[in-house]
Design a protein around this ligand. Structure first.
Ligand code: SF4
Length: 316
């Protein structure tokens, strides 16, 4: 009992620190944008994929948006019913595909615009918490990071409890990632996970597109706002190529959904750290050696994650 209390205190402290960090970032984006943007995009955000591979609970337990989602939450009785993820999933994908490429023509260079969008998302999370039970309106529904959490977090290396939902109210009737990351993926795929038709599900298409999405983002450069359509077109073409390549490989080598999804997550993570290592090392002043070290560390983590994933049974 005492141990549980200590753990709850530790998580609560980390949640408060995360909220304070977000407040500092928001203030920094307005008053000291260049440094804050560099630290946010090149140091803080790159920690997220690695933490999701370790366990999605690491991030979800401290995420300040989740804290906002639960800040004014009350038992309204509105839950996320089975099947609703088809609609909420599309909204989450749309937000992700809208916001990430926007870094290239807005959020990588305009601190005030980024602060405004983060503020709007925080407000959306708070309102969702007022309207729906627990995380049913935001964290488990329309959060743009949720599909990424599911993909990278499908086979966590660590077992970490969820201190935010004590007790669980089953706000998300099926597919809550906090209850079971592997089952969450299985539930959003539904029966399609037993055949190649998983690629035609919303989450399947997202997973297949995601490595291309990462390549697409990193093979563009920062451009003026007027070139926004070119950025989206470039990223979209990479997504289409990624889905096509996945479909061919999956059929050619008869790869089932469980293995395909772990391979897609590993591929996306490797690509992400290959490209982002240079900016990370630059911001941390680690030089070329740092770039190589970060790439090797990321590759080591991903390979270890893949090796461990091989021994896990498919989720039912
Ligand atoms: S653990 Fe329970 S209460 Fe918490 S988000 Fe999941 S279903 Fe909702």
């Amino acid at each position: 009992m005492a141990r549980e209390s200590r753990s709850a205190i530790v998580w609560r402290t980390l949640q408060v620190l995360a909220v304070i960090t977000l407040s500092i970032v928001l203030a920094g984006l307005i008053t000291w944008p260049d440094t804050t943007l560099a630290v946010l995009w090149n140091v803080i955000i790159p920690l997220v994929p690695a933490s999701l591979l370790l366990s999605p609970a690491l991030w979800r337990n401290i995420c300040p948006l989740a804290t906002a989602n639960l800040a004014l939450n009350w038992p309204s009785g509105r839950k996320l019913e089975p099947g609703a993820h088809r609609v909420t999933g599309v909204i989450a994908f749309a937000l992700l595909f809208l916001l990430v490429p926007a870094r290239r023509f807005l959020f990588n260079t305009d601190g005030v615009a980024l602060a405004a969008v983060i503020g709007a998302v925080v407000a959306l999370a708070v309102v969702s918490g007022l309207l729906f039970d627990a995380k049913a309106g935001f964290c488990n529904a329309i959060c743009p990071l949720l599909p990424v959490e599911r993909l990278y977090g499908q086979r966590p290396l660590l077992r970490i409890a969820n201190p935010r939902c004590v007790p669980c109210t089953l706000c998300t009737v099926r597919g809550c990632i906090d209850l079971s990351p592997p089952k969450s993926v299985a539930h959003v795929l539904g029966r399609a996970r037993a055949s190649h038709s998983w690629l035609r599900t919303g989450f399947g298409a997202f997973a297949a597109a995601f490595p291309g999405f990462v390549v697409g983002y990193f093979t563009t450069v920062n451009v003026p706002l007027r070139e926004a359509p070119d950025v989206y077109l470039h990223v979209a073409l990479w997504c289409i190529a990624s889905v096509a390549a996945t479909a061919v490989i999956v059929r050619l080598f008869r790869i089932d959904a469980t293995r395909a999804l772990t391979l897609l997550a590993a591929t996306a993570a490797l690509i992400y750290y290959w490209f982002s290592a240079t900016a990370m090392a630059d911001t941390l002043r680690l030089g070329d050696v740092g770039t190589v070290g970060l790439r090797l560390a990321a590759a080591g983590l991903v390979i270890y994650w893949l090796t461990r994933s091989r021994h896990l049974a498919p989720a039912r």
